[in-house]
Write a protein that binds this ligand. Structure first.
Ligand SMILES: Nc1ncnc2c1ncn2[C@@H]1O[C@H](COP(=O)(O)OP(=O)(O)OP(=O)(O)O)[C@@H](O)[C@H]1O
Length: 201
């Protein structure tokens, strides 16, 4: 008899029964060697997956730790307690406290969310935007480009140096902003003509 459909166990015998022998095509049989291959491939895929997951987890943890550390540094810095994170740092903390800290939201609303129409120009540091504070004061916000390699300490050092260089013939630095990945320097706004006068005397 030749049967091509599936076999269904229609009746269960309590005892004995008749042995049924089924002849299968050779290709339908999973040999011991095939089983070995399947197990080996499964083990390899499993091991590689575990290694990839471990690597991704390790990277995520490292990034998370670095972010937390940076956030802590920024917090302490903004409180004028940088010595707690940079013990050997030669920054003048009194000066840090003297330089006003602007929050990001305030600058975003002053510059119409850093709108292109507010862009005054582009320098080595990044883009410069014109803004207006809630009290009407006009400002120029230098937003450090994300591609800049400048780190947090370098940025703060630069801000400190500029703040110490205040002079009536230099554009005044009003403050700084360090929030998350954002680093900005806030200057008083100089209309084109007065900026030219600064540059060309
Ligand atoms: N305080 C400001 N008031 C008005 N516009 C400004 C002010 N500061 C900068 N700008 C504008 O932004 C542009 C870029 O200024 P920024 O100082 O970043 O770069 P730069 O002086 O051109 O070059 P570098 O980055 O090499 O010093 C200037 O050319 C100017 O048009």
């Amino acid at each position: 008899m030749s049967w091509t459909g599936s076999l269904i166990d229609a009746q269960k015998f309590s005892s004995a029964g008749v042995d049924l022998y089924i002849r299968l095509a050779d290709s339908d049989l999973v040999t011991k060697q095939d089983m070995k291959k399947i197990v080996t491939i499964t083990v390899i895929i499993g091991t590689v997956s575990i290694l990839i997951c471990t690597y991704l987890l390790w990277r995520w943890i490292a990034k998370h730790k670095a972010r937390k550390k940076k956030e802590k540094e920024i917090l302490l810095f903004n409180r004028g307690e940088a010595h707690k994170t940079f013990p050997s740092d030669n920054l003048n903390q009194v000066k840090v406290q003297e330089l006003p800290l602007f929050n990001f939201e305030k600058l975003a609303s002053a510059t119409n969310n850093f709108h292109l129409s507010n862009k005054l120009g582009q320098g080595g540091f990044g883009s410069v935007y014109k803004g207006k504070l809630s009290d009407g004061q006009e400002i120029a916000v230098k937003r450090l480009s994300r591609t800049s390699a400048q780190g947090f300490e370098e940025f703060m050092n630069e801000a400190m140096v500029i703040s110490k260089l205040q002079h009536r013939n230099l554009v005044r630095l009003l403050g700084y902003c360090v929030e998350g990945e954002e680093r900005m320097l806030i200057y008083e706004y100089m209309p084109n003509k007065s900026l030219d006068a600064f540059l060309f005397g």
